[in-house]
Design a protein around this ligand. Structure first.
Ligand code: FES
Length: 297
């Protein structure tokens, strides 16, 4: 089956790989340099603490909408006398300001991409960075170069708007085409009724234990006298939580270091923004019985 043109372009551009390597090292280095607060800041920008959904796609709606209004206002001002020239300038400025926040959150999410999703995310990020640069030049011309430069500024922001459509296509493809940042629990099945998850004696006093119950991989952890159970599949990108680390009641995913509270599955560190599904637990004759606290879908 033929692939869409933009997908074929991104797949054929091998220079995107070393560029992605370089960009990921740069962004990782910046967050590492910030130490513990960098980790908190990254979770904030991922959306773990605010929306509890990815923050980047929510922000991108503003510049796309503002720039669309801006281009329409530019041409309406040029061809009619109903709108002042400043209307397009203001819309462009609003888009630019929020686009900078979207840029930061986007490169933050980009840190944790890999393989094909990383290829499309690189195409998306570079296109949007180019758009911001073009629109920044347009903004400069509008505000500092006088009325004579206005037509050039309008032409630049029009080119920027066309490129936004390309960048938005790649952004959509990262999520809908490769499944990046989609809650991995959305497609899982789990026990809606009590299911056997093995012998209680197999669960270590301190440590992570995985068992299969009702068609689901379940992470079992002791917290004092209590046994806690979560889906073992990390909601961020499907990492196996039982291969991660456990500290102070928090399990850390081995793949991108998302952290979840054992007692209630709460995501307390990104890049995950969705909580882990929790299972109720009871012991019957030395066996651990589990069932989902609420349906997954
Ligand atoms: S799979 Fe990415 S943090 Fe778990």
């Amino acid at each position: 089956m033929p692939q869409p043109l933009l997908e074929r372009i991104a797949r054929s551009q091998n220079w995107l790989e070393p560029t992605a390597d370089w960009l990921q090292k740069l962004v990782t280095g910046i967050y590492s340099g910030l130490g513990g607060s960098g980790r908190q800041l990254k979770s904030l920008l991922n959306g773990t603490f605010i929306l509890r959904h990815p923050l980047h796609p929510a922000l991108t709606d503003v510049p796309i909408g503002a720039w669309t209004v801006g281009v329409i206002a530019d041409y309406a001002a040029h061809f009619t006398s109903r709108i002042p020239e400043s209307a397009g300038d203001i819309a462009l400025a609003v888009g630019l300001i929020v686009a900078l926040a979207a840029l930061i959150t986007g490169y933050t999410d980009f840190m944790d991409t890999l393989a094909l999703e990383r290829r499309f995310a690189t195409a998306h990020g570079l296109t949007m960075t180019l758009v911001i640069a073009i629109d920044a030049v347009s903004m400069f011309l509008r505000w500092f170069a006088g009325a004579g430069a206005h037509p050039v500024a309008v032409a630049l922001s029009t080119v920027g708007w066309v490129l936004v459509l390309v960048g938005a296509w790649y952004g959509g493809h990262v999520v809908f085409g490769t499944g990046y940042a989609v809650n991995r629990e959305a497609f899982l099945d789990g026990p809606s009724d009590w299911a056997d998850a093995g012998a209680a004696a197999d669960i270590p006093v301190a440590g992570l234990h995985v068992a299969e119950a009702g068609g689901m991989q379940v992470l079992l952890v002791r917290e004092g006298a209590r046994i806690c159970a979560l889906s073992d599949v990390c909601s961020h990108a499907g990492g196996p939580l039982h291969e991660g680390t456990l500290q102070n009641g928090i399990v850390q995913c081995p793949w991108h270091s998302s952290r979840f509270r054992i007692r209630d599955g709460r995501a307390v560190g990104g890049p995950a923004t969705f909580d882990q599904p929790v299972l109720e637990v009871r012991e019957v004759d030395g066996r651990v019985m589990v069932k989902l606290e609420s349906p997954l879908h």
